[in-house]
Design a protein around this ligand. Structure first.
Ligand code: CFM
Length: 546
């Protein structure tokens, strides 16, 4: 049954426990969704205050800039040696925990994914400097692994003591001219969340890798997929679909990717953007330098996958491609529809709440819609206003000191490689086909009015949500998982998929339906009782033994 409490009452319930100053800040970060106007045929929504510092002492779900740079954007690339300059914990706790899978073509192809490279900084290095140790680590890694490329990630202490990782990278590159060596100033504290790390990663990969290669994969329709990280095998499913459709995937940033694919990624005719938050910078910079157009896609949800494929076919405007895409959709959909028919009666009408990084709280609503489930509350850990409200609000976003901290690269057209971008008329024609070039419509316009939107959800607010909304399913990450389950609510990890997946594309949708049916209809946590709930007479009392 639908909860009786309104979004506004729920918000007040969350705020009432806070000291006045905290409540004043959170008040602007929690909103009852409303459609207040219209912009180009889509609802507009109220402005939400996001991408600002978490209040100290609050149990946030966020990660750090190092996580966004090393873990998220570069982590899934298999043949770059990723050296973490810092204490071992920063590396160890990021070691294979994100489930970004990879599949080298041949067994002999380099794959460093399972390794953990760290300079293991000690107190001594903090006091006397860590550059010497970093040089040694690079020499050792090159001697053993002979990589084409090697990158260095700065953790917090590196910035605090002033090690110059870029100077070390230059020096080492001079010593090993065959290896591309570059470094990231992605110290954990560099931004308010991992979002800063995405931007830092995009910048460096753009300046130091993209454009250096010329290994073009053959095909008539050549594209990159930006912002797909192959969690639980998602990229494998998308590669399967693209192959069937006759589309050439030159590079994915960065699921199942290689250095050479990044280096030659400027040779495509189209960029598809999946996760807007983590990679929009790359799409923008490639458009400015090479004239490569981009549009947003979503391959989470069978209907969304079909729609995105049709957009690609419509973009290329090729009869043969269009026919092939339609044939693939027709071939894939019966299995999806059969799975829907099987699971939907058991999931219909149930509710979900989604709190994830910067794009999945939106994308996954597609799959829940296909199960007849409603997303009653959602939000991001670190998204910006454009991800919530749509990119048309970009000119109104105030750049604060924390964001100014991250370099905004000045990019100019490449004199030899820049090709004429789409004309405004061509863009208008594409828009008529439903393709919004350089656009992203955002999470809130897509959600029902009255849904509660919460940025940077914390532990206290999650408890209120569970207590008052009693959702059938809570989707978040590992830090939240067990607390939520102990409250009797099934909890689905949508960062790492709970050791399952893929969930993207057509076969992924079938996997997801089965998993969600199982979870929302078997809730052991609501059936078991803790000993003190079953036998209240077991009350203990303090005793003083003198
Ligand atoms: Fe993009 Fe991601 Fe996400 Fe993200 Fe992430 Fe992730 Fe995520 Mo975890 S790149 S913003 S920094 S879709 S690791 S694959 S699941 S928080 S919603």
């Amino acid at each position: 049954m639908a909860p009786k409490i309104t979004a506004e009452e729920l918000k007040q319930e969350m705020l009432k426990k806070y000291p006045a100053k905290v409540a004043r800040k959170r008040e602007k970060q929690i909103l009852a969704n409303q459609h207040v106007g219209e912009f180009e045929g889509r609802p507009t929504v109220p402005a939400i205050a996001v991408n600002s510092r978490t209040i100290p002492g609050i149990l946030s779900m966020r990660g750090c800039a190092y996580a966004g740079c090393k873990g998220v954007v570069l982590g899934p690339t298999r043949d770059i040696v990723h050296i973490v300059h810092g204490p071992i914990g920063c590396s160890y706790y990021a070691w294979l925990t994100r489930r970004n899978q990879t599949r080298p073509e041949r067994l002999t192809d380099p794959n460093f994914m399972t390794y953990c490279f760290s300079t293991d900084m000690q107190e001594e290095d903090i006091i006397y400097g860590g550059e010497k140790k970093l040089r040694k680590a690079i020499e050792e890694a090159i001697a053993i692994f002979k990589p084409r490329a090697l990158d260095i990630f700065s953790t917090c202490p590196v910035g605090l003591i002033g090690d110059d990782v870029h100077a070390v990278a230059r020096e080492m590159e001079a010593k090993y001219p065959g290896v591309n060596i570059f470094a990231f100033s992605c110290e954990g504290y560099k931004g308010v969340s991992q979002s800063a790390g995405h931007h830092i990663a995009n910048n460096k990969v753009f300046t130091d890798v993209v454009g250096l290669g010329d290994t073009r994969k053959p095909g008539k329709f050549r594209m990159n997929l930006l912002g797909e990280y192959n969690i639980g095998g998602d990229s494998f499913e998308l590669e399967r679909i693209f192959d069937k459709c006759g589309l050439t995937l030159q590079a994915t940033f960065s699921g199942n990717s290689t250095y050479e694919e990044f280096a030659s990624s400027h040779t495509v005719d189209l960029n598809l953007v999946m996760c807007h938050r983590s990679i929009n910078y790359m799409a923008e910079m490639m458009e400015k330098k090479y004239g490569i157009p981009w549009f947003k896609v979503n391959f989470i949800g069978a209907a969304a996958t079909a729609k995105s494929l049709r957009h690609i076919a419509a973009y290329y405007d090729d009869e043969e491609l269009t026919a092939r895409v339609e044939a693939v959709i027709a071939e894939e959909m019966p299995a999806v529809e059969a799975a829907q028919a099987l699971h939907r009666p058991a999931t219909e009408g149930k509710t979900a709440v989604l709190f994830l990084g910067g794009s999945r709280a939106h994308h996954y609503q597609e799959l829940f819609k296909e199960l007849g489930m409603e997303t009653v509350s959602a939000g991001y850990e670190f998204a910006h206003r454009d991800d919530y409200e749509g990119r048309h609000v970009l000119p109104t976003i105030k750049v604060d000191a924390d964001s100014r901290n991250i370099e905004e690269l000045e990019v100019h057209p490449d004199p030899g490689l820049y090709r004429e971008p789409l004309s405004p008329e061509a863009k208008t024609a594409l828009k008529a086909k439903g393709i919004l070039m350089n656009g992203y419509e955002g999470l809130m316009p897509d959600m029902a009015e009255g849904a509660l939107i919460i940025d940077d959800l914390n532990h206290h607010e999650a408890e209120v949500l569970i207590d008052k909304l009693k959702p059938a399913l809570f989707c978040a990450g590992i830090k939240e998982k067990y607390v939520i389950q102990k409250s009797g609510v099934p909890m689905k990890q949508l960062h790492n998929y709970d050791y399952s997946g893929p969930y993207a594309g057509f076969q992924g949708a079938v996997n997801f339906y089965r998993e969600i049916d199982r979870m929302v209809n078997a809730t052991p946590f609501t059936l078991t009782k803790a000993p003190w709930q079953e036998s209240p007479e077991l009350n203990a009392a303090y005793a003083w033994v003198g």
